[in-house]
Design a protein around this ligand. Structure first.
Ligand code: NCD
Length: 305
């Protein structure tokens, strides 16, 4: 049985196929509207979410299936002390596929060992977020027409931002991609991403604290929120939260064809004055999240259309 816990479990070919399916669904939604009839998706969310949970649910509903689940741990038996393993086993009796978000790194992996249906990691702590990365790749493909020959600037909380970790792993497999990692000293990319990906693959990357210096070189600017919930103390969060605020004047030396992405939610890091700039892709990106998750559900349930 197939799960999706880490983006690197998918080959580049499989990622390209998912993108092609998502684009076909966008063009021909009627063809897919009964593809998952009688199938159920369970969303087990132990952490807050708007886009990931609702796009998963919308995805299953648009495939003709149904959804069940919980959106906070306190409303499930977790609050009585049930383990992730037991929950996964139980929910496998009621649903055909599970999407799980959890504050603990590795929890969806544990669930996948005990579930008897496919499990999708919908974000595990500060670790990984493979379906956000699929969303990002579909967005980049649509905005840029390619996934190669790109200078990608990742800006903000690169330490705790799980979307950036998965994005770096995924993009490192495409030719002529390089990264500029823009963060405060304390929020630099973690050692495991450096060791297992950046240094191992030899992909060119630079680290800087200056968004201004990086800006003119970028094809993609991937902004992120400072992950308040992962800080050990509030003072550090308050000190670092406004390290980068993208305002229209900061785009002065940016390329005309820059694409600005953000997994959302945004707090302060992108001024709303940017939203009407054609280079702002983040709401189109949120829409891509539904279509790529439709493609992923079809793949994991082995439904052919
Ligand atoms: C991200 C997440 O949950 O990691 N959000 C999302 O899934 N779109 C980013 C974030 O919360 O900052």
């Amino acid at each position: 049985m197939k799960h999706l816990i880490d983006i690197m479990e998918l080959t580049t070919e499989e990622i390209n196929e998912l993108i092609a399916t998502a684009e076909d669904i966008m063009a021909n939604p009627d063809k897919y509207c009964e593809a998952c009839k009688r199938k159920k998706l369970a969303t087990l969310f132990y952490e807050p979410s708007t886009r990931t949970r609702l796009s998963f649910e919308a995805a299953m509903l648009e495939l003709g299936g149904s959804v069940l689940g919980f959106s906070e741990a306190s409303s499930s038996s977790v609050s009585k002390g049930e383990s992730v393993a037991d929950t996964a086993r139980t929910v496998s009796c009621y649903a055909d596929i599970i999407a799980m978000r959890h504050p603990k790194e590795g929890a969806p992996l544990v669930a996948s060992k005990f579930a008897t249906v496919p499990v999708i990691n919908a974000g595990d702590g500060g670790h990984n977020h493979p379906t956000q990365t699929l969303t990002d790749l579909l967005t980049i493909k649509r905005e840029k027409g390619r996934l190669s020959r790109l200078t990608i600037g990742c800006c903000g909380d690169l330490k705790f931002g799980r979307t950036v970790h998965s994005l770096i792993f995924a993009m490192s497999r495409y030719p002529e991609v390089d990264f500029i990692l823009i963060s405060p000293e304390e929020l630099r990319i973690p050692e495991h991403v450096r060791g297992e990906c950046l240094d191992k693959t030899g992909i060119p990357y630079q680290e800087t604290t200056s968004l201004e210096d990086a800006m003119p070189k970028l094809d993609i600017l991937y902004m992120t929120r400072v992950q308040r919930e992962r800080f050990f103390n509030e003072q550090d969060y308050i000190r670092l939260k406004d390290s980068y605020i993208l305002t229209p004047d900061k785009l002065g030396n940016a390329r005309k064809d820059l694409s600005i992405l953000h997994p959302l939610p945004r707090v302060n890091e992108i001024s709303t004055a940017i939203d009407t700039d054609p280079r702002a892709c983040y709401f189109r990106q949120a829409l891509c999240g539904k279509y790529i998750r439709m493609a992923l559900i079809l793949k994991l349930l082995e439904v052919r259309v």
